[in-house]
Ligand binder design. Structure first.
Ligand code: ADP
Ligand code: 5GP
Length: 186
């Protein structure tokens, strides 16, 4: 049997587990992969680049895009809106490129309904303490926001059984290789 590359893959998991790191390495090493750039109403972190990290938009612009049907999925996460612009993903898939979405649990559930053929991957931290350490080490959120993210993480981790693959992101290189393999990338 010929193993054909997955068309659409969802990467989810608690904040700080390493989703962004893994997705960026997959895209860097497999330029054929389209890594979706989400829209968000959250404020940019230092170093984040408009159109690369996210499209940073106002709540009004975000809601207008949702109303126009321009979001493949969207969700509110800890008080901010995040969504996947539909056109870029559909263009990539239309060109035969595998697409990778790094999104939250609510978004993953929407994609499961709307695109049941998508592969759904959930990243787990090796331990809870290590998740806390990574979030703190990243240093992009203050203490209260980190605590909110960890509370959200508990609910996300409880839902991991919904996913096709659950990977523990301990050794980064191993995780990247596993995701590439799941996506059928060579
Ligand atoms: P997420 O996108 O899931 O919120 P990030 O990709 O921003 O998480 O990673 C959070 C932090 O953890 C970053 O500082 C990143 O360098 C680090 N990290 C990611 N994967 C690993 C790993 N396998 N081992 C150790 N640190 C990691
Ligand atoms: P962050 O603020 O750390 O960049 O992202 C917070 C959460 O929002 C993460 O779980 C991330 O995966 C998720 N996220 C990022 N983009 C999207 C998106 O387009 N849709 C959804 N549903 N979640 C997203």
């Amino acid at each position: 049997m010929v193993w054909s590359p997955a068309r659409l893959t969802v990467l989810a998991g608690p904040s700080g587990v390493g989703k962004g790191t893994v997705a960026a390495l997959i895209a860097e090493r497999h330029p054929k992969v389209y890594l979706s750039v989400s829209a968000t109403t959250r404020r940019p972190r230092p170093g984040e680049v408009e159109g690369v990290s996210y499209f940073f938009v106002s709540p009004a612009a975000f809601e207008a895009a949702v109303d126009a049907g321009d979001m493949l999925e969207w969700a509110e996460y800890n008080g901010n809106l995040y969504g996947t612009p539909r056109a870029a993903v559909e263009d990539a898939l239309g060109q035969g490129r595998p697409a990778l979405l790094e999104i939250d649990l609510a978004g993953a559930r929407q994609v499961r309904q709307s695109m049941p053929g998508a592969l759904q991957v959930f990243l787990m931290p090796p331990t809870w303490a290590e998740l806390e350490r990574r979030l703190a080490e990243r240093g992009t959120e203050d203490g209260p926001e980190r605590r909110r993210r960890l509370a959200t993480a508990e609910a996300e981790v409880r839902a991991r059984g919904e996913f096709d693959f659950v990977l523990t992101n301990d050794d980064l290189e191993l995780t990247v290789a596993q995701v590439a393999s799941i996506m059928g990338l060579k």
